[in-house]
Design a protein. Structure first.
Lengths: 290, 425
């Protein structure tokens, strides 16, 4: 192998490092530093206040509700998206007529920007005039105020997220399904296993590496994707559909309190790091990589 | 025409004053908050100013919605490169002054003639442009909510289509007649629809309180009066509308409201004058506009954006910025802007222009908004506006959603607001 000349190798090393430092490390360190300072304006400069922001964080009732919302959102959307995407993958993997059209329609929501998806769902959900309302009325049911009621707004957000995400995960599962060796299924069938037994004992274990990958991605997305919250409810009513990242966005840019926004960011980074660690530890141990 | 002369005169002054830089390169940040060809109109107007003033140049920067534009302007100012002039929310005056990035307009508009120009703006729009006796904002894209009502539905219910409800009691009384149900008992047409969710909901709620003789926030941006009998009465009225079956129960979104009106789901709605064009284009029935029905009399909030001149720029640039603002608010130009967007022109002289009169003849609904300004008051605004307003939003959402009792929710919001604003007293 030819060796790179020294100046070129330095350039190739320095450029990515500089980009990484400028856009990842510096903001992370800066957030940590900002979290020890108070909110400042030119007339009232920011002051060093130590851990006061963290005390505020612990006593912040809104944050407590939002952590609960985010937890519920993750607990529901991740398994739902995984189950739905496996189902869709099995469906399009089966040699049925119209498979290409089915794949396309399952994947379409993933290709659309979240903002567009949210606007479509706004129309679905609108009470009285929206699509779902009209279907309800057709069957003589009471229309539901999906986004305007604290008891349904978060669930409505979850449905949008699952609908949007499952298509992407389906692609991964489809690839994994096609990689399942047919001889294993063949052997099981000869041994007298039915299709359900084959799925749970042969296919599902072989999908495990994909599930780990998908679960990690779904978890990250459940914290990262908040466009639909911004478009559809702005976290309301009464914070019932606010998620952690939305709250950080709102505090930093809506309230212009970058100090408390930084504190929340530090909290979220720690939380995500911890969860990634746990997830890999637990799932890795039980996963059979080929 | 008078202003063209002023512009020429001030340009001439600049030109003739020795030792001054003759040209300014202005940067102008503006947001778009309406569903209208706003960017094109702004560009057209700025080009016209630049053509009239060849010694100057102006770069109009579309900077997103209001929040994004304020963020960009503040970031630029803190980086030492402020825009010279920007259109930002009137209620952001406290933030801009707290950040010390804007100058009082009278620092540059200091002649008797300038004073006469400032006096030409409707007082209803000047109140929230002023802080601690100094004028910081020049009204430009201003709005106010009005009552839109379906005249055909009024006729069908046996009501006079030319007499919309004027009081809260009439709203309930007429609303009952306007509400229609299908065989299953589902409402197909609500009597009225007042958005109660989010910032739009808080804006309209402010109007209810004003008409009930209250005012949620003081001019100093520090004192709030959320926990008052007037405010409680307004919130209980919102609850009563639902309890009486005149308005849909639970939270009502701002965004769906014009659509609910044109689709016949609501026989009357409260929304901004900014939706006049949308309703005019989409309503397939006879519709009218009226003052917001009031508790003790007419009352409404104002909203929208003002021009601000930024600190940290040279006196010549600030003078050019003032000249630019005068041009943009001059009758012919303000008329063009108002007609293109639906904003309420904030000066009486704009309404006297032939184009505006022609527009008012074509769309008489636009006049109602102008006439309502006399009864309007400022929108809820304080220092740390984003955070404090959220307390109000939460209280409203909790009360209309039935999660909290109105009095408790308002008392809670008052307490939280006072806690944040204590630092400014």
């Amino acid at each position: 192998m030819k060796r790179l000349n020294f100046p070129l190798s330095v350039i190739l090393l320095v450029v990515p490092c500089a980009v990484l430092a400028a856009f990842t490390h510096y903001p992370a360190v800066k957030s940590l530093i900002n979290s020890f300072w108070s909110m400042g304006t030119r007339r009232r400069p920011s002051q060093f206040i130590g851990l006061e922001n963290y005390q505020t964080l612990l006593a912040d009732g809104t944050l407590h509700q939002i952590i609960w919302n985010s937890t519920l959102y993750a607990i529901v959307t991740i398994p739902a998206a995984i189950a739905l995407s496996i189902g869709m993958a099995l469906l399009v993997n089966a040699k049925l007529p119209g498979t290409a059209l089915m794949r396309l329609s399952f994947f379409l929501p993933t290709m659309m920007p979240m903002i567009a998806v949210a606007n479509i769902w706004l129309f679905f959900y609108a009470p009285g005039i929206g699509l779902i309302s009209q279907i309800f009325v057709l069957f003589g049911l009471q229309p539901i105020n999906f986004l305007g009621s604290a008891s349904t707004s978060l669930w409505s957000m979850m449905a949008v997220a699952v609908w949007k995400e499952a298509g992407l995960f389906m692609i991964f599962y489809l690839a994994a399904l096609q990689a399942v060796p047919p001889n294993l299924k063949e052997a099981a069938r000869i041994e007298g296993a039915g299709p359900i037994r084959i799925f749970f004992d042969i296919v599902l274990p072989l999908l495990k590496p994909t599930t780990v990958f998908v679960a990690v991605n779904a978890l990250i997305n459940s914290f990262r994707l908040i466009d639909h919250v911004i478009v559809m409810t702005k976290g309301g009513p009464n914070n019932s559909s606010a998620l952690l990242l939305y709250y950080i966005f709102e505090v930093t840019f809506g309230y212009r309190d970058s100090a408390y926004g930084s504190t929340l960011t530090v909290f979220m980074v720690l939380l995500l790091g911890l969860m990634a660690l746990i997830q890999f530890k637990i799932l890795d141990r039980k996963t059979h990589y080929q | 025409m008078k202003y063209t002369k002023t512009i020429l005169a001030s340009a001439a002054t600049l030109f003739l004053t020795p030792g001054l830089a003759l040209s300014a390169e202005l940067e102008f940040f503006f947001p778009v908050g309406v569903n209208a060809p706003a960017v094109e109109t702004i560009q057209e107007l700025t080009d016209a100013w630049a053509a009239n003033n060849p010694q100057h140049n102006v770069k109009a920067v579309y900077a997103g919605n209001y929040v994004e534009t304020t963020t960009k302007a503040l970031t630029a100012a803190n980086a030492g490169k402020p825009p010279h002039v920007a259109v930002l929310l009137a209620i952001d005056i406290f933030t801009l002054v707290d950040e010390d990035v804007v100058i009082p307009i009278t620092d540059v508009a200091n002649t008797a003639e300038d004073q006469a120009w400032l006096d030409g703006f409707m007082p209803g729009f000047m109140r929230d442009a002023t802080l601690d006796g100094e004028i910081y904002g020049v009204p430009f894209q201003r709005s106010t909510p009005v009552l839109y009502y379906n005249k055909d539905a009024f006729r069908e219910a046996g009501l006079d289509p030319d007499t919309p409800p004027a009081t809260w009691d009439e709203m309930i009384e007429m609303g009952k007649k306007l509400t229609k149900k299908d065989a299953n008992g589902n409402v197909t047409q609500w009597g009225t629809r007042i958005p109660t969710l989010g910032l739009g909901g808080a804006w309209l709620y402010g109007g209810l309180v004003i008409s009930n003789g209250g005012q949620l926030s003081a001019d100093n941006g520090i004192d709030v009066a959320i926990d008052t009998p007037e405010a409680l009465g307004a919130l209980e009225f919102l609850q009563k509308l639902s309890a009486e079956g005149v308005m849909a129960p639970g939270g009502i979104s701002w965004g769906d409201t014009p659509k609910a009106f044109v689709e016949g789901n609501a026989a009357s709605i409260w929304t901004s004058t900014g939706n006049l064009a949308f309703v005019n284009d989409n309503a397939e029935f006879d519709w009218g506009v009226g003052f917001l029905p009031g508790g003790k009399g007419p009352g409404a909030p104002v909203g929208g954006g003002n021009f601000y001149i930024f600190k940290g720029t040279s006196p010549e640039e600030q003078a050019a910025a003032l000249d630019f603002i005068k041009f943009m608010t001059a009758p012919e130009n303000a008329a063009k802007w108002s007609i293109a967007t639906g904003y309420v022109a904030p000066r009486a002289d704009t309404w006297e222009t032939p184009v505006m009169q022609e527009y008012a003849a074509r769309l008489p609904q636009a006049l109602v908004a102008r006439d309502q300004i006399e009864f309007a008051n400022r929108e809820f605004a304080t220092y740390q506006r984003g955070r404090v307003t959220q307390f109000l939003v939460e209280a409203l959402e909790a009360a209309v959603g039935g999660e909290a009792d109105a009095a408790t929710a308002l008392a809670e919001a008052q307490k939280s607001a006072d806690r944040v604003l204590k630092a400014y007293k």
